[in-house]
Design a protein around this ligand. Structure first.
Ligand code: KG4
Ligand code: ZN
Length: 359
């Protein structure tokens, strides 16, 4: 099954063609990072306008790269015959961004007569670990636990069967990527903050010289909504602690900036690693899968690899090019049988707060 995937949930406009849920024939990502950089975060109006401008070109390029011989400049109508379905993210994300991809996908589905498949972005991040020829088949791993950490989400998700997953832990406030981005903004290090902080912290050596709060939510917090607090995180206190620390001790040189960011990163990584260790401790899960933009963080990769080894389970990390938002994970999950299909797909509207496992 060959699927064209389309993704526009936040600030990346992406399209990809994937065969059989895992062979990536093409993947094209237009990142709007530079447009949002002056604001230190994603500006929804700028994001949706940019998606509108870029989406047609991004889809054509993905089709050309998948089916062309390298000399074509236009999509040949016959190439559509090789595509079995069109998959698109319908949530979660920014409503004004999601609507651009969903409208484009519906239009293409109507025009080509191909079935539409609506995909949950978070479930697609989990699937990103399988977009590699070396990755084991998901069927061998159930039940497993997945950590999805990005600019918008920090969730622990239990996956028990194909199309069957459930959130078992999440952030009560800021996502891990947001915590990185806000710290970088405060310290005027640029946007997105994660990669910059990762790089500075790597140069600073390991790990924590300043004691920042470890992101543990209090039991009894009504926002937990029945989730186990030991599997949840809270990063808003950490951000406030950083603000007060920097106000009292403004870093005087690069070395002091490095000490602050490596300690701050360690607090985030520690919180996430501890939650994964707690989830794996009872021995119920057969693997740990990790996806999302923050899973690019070198210290997090190191710590989670150790956590999985300690629990005696394999760790599945998405390839770096599939960690951030991309459309290969959207087409891949659709090709593997996920998503909303049939007549219901054409009826879909965007769902900005869609939860993993809700369909
Ligand atoms: O998955 P993604 O591309 O988009 C969302 O769905 O949000 O994730 C973007 C987030 C940003 O917050 C960015 O700062 C963070 O991922 N990020 C990192 C690293 N690379 C990207 N965070 C920590 N370390 C990194 N190396
Ligand atoms: Zn994402």
């Amino acid at each position: 099954m060959i699927v064209l995937g389309i993704e526009s949930s936040c600030d990346e406009t992406a399209a990809a063609v994937v065969a059989d849920g895992r062979s990536v024939l093409s993947t094209v990502i237009y990142s709007q990072g530079a447009l949002h950089q002056p604001y230190g975060g994603v500006v929804p109006e700028i994001a949706s306008r940019s998606h509108l401008e870029k989406i047609a070109g991004v889809i054509s390029t993905a089709m050309l790269q998948a089916f062309g011989s390298g000399t074509e400049t236009q999509v040949a109508p016959a190439w559509w015959e090789q595509v079995d379905a069109i998959a698109v993210t319908y949530g979660p994300g920014l409503a004004s961004s999601l609507i651009v991809g969903l409208s484009a996908a519906k239009g293409l589905a109507l025009r080509t007569g191909k079935p539409l498949i609506g995909i949950n972005h978070i479930e697609a991040h989990i699937h990103s670990v399988f977009l590699s020829p070396e990755a084991p088949a998901p069927a061998m791993l159930y039940p497993y636990v997945a950590l999805v950490v990005s600019g918008g989400h920090s969730s622990l998700i239990e996956v028990t069967a194909p199309r069957k997953c459930r959130v078992i832990g999440q952030t009560l406030d800021d996502a891990a990527g947001e915590a990185f981005d806000k710290a970088a903004r405060l310290l005027e290090l640029g946007y997105p903050g994660g990669p910059v902080i990762d790089k500075i912290a790597r140069g600073a050596g390991c790990c924590s010289t300043i004691d920042f709060p470890k992101g543990s939510p209090r039991a009894g917090n009504p926002i937990l909504g029945g989730l186990n607090p030991e599997l949840c995180v809270s990063f808003s206190g950490l951000k406030t602690a950083l603000m007060y620390y920097v106000r009292k001790n403004p870093p005087r040189d690069q070395a002091e900036v490095a000490a602050v960011v490596s300690s701050y990163q360690e607090a985030i990584v520690d919180a996430l690693a501890q939650r994964c260790a707690t989830a794996l401790a009872p021995g119920r899960y057969k693997a740990l899968a990790v996806g999302g933009g923050v899973s690019l963080n070198s210290r997090l990769r190191e710590r989670l690899t150790a956590v999985a080894a300690e629990a005696g389970v394999p760790i599945l990390l998405a390839q770096p090019r599939f960690c951030g938002d991309n459309a290969a994970m959207i087409a891949g999950l659709a090709g593997a049988g996920g998503g909303v299909t049939g007549a219901a797909a054409m009826e879909l509207d965007v769902v900005p707060s869609l939860v993993a496992g809700s369909v």
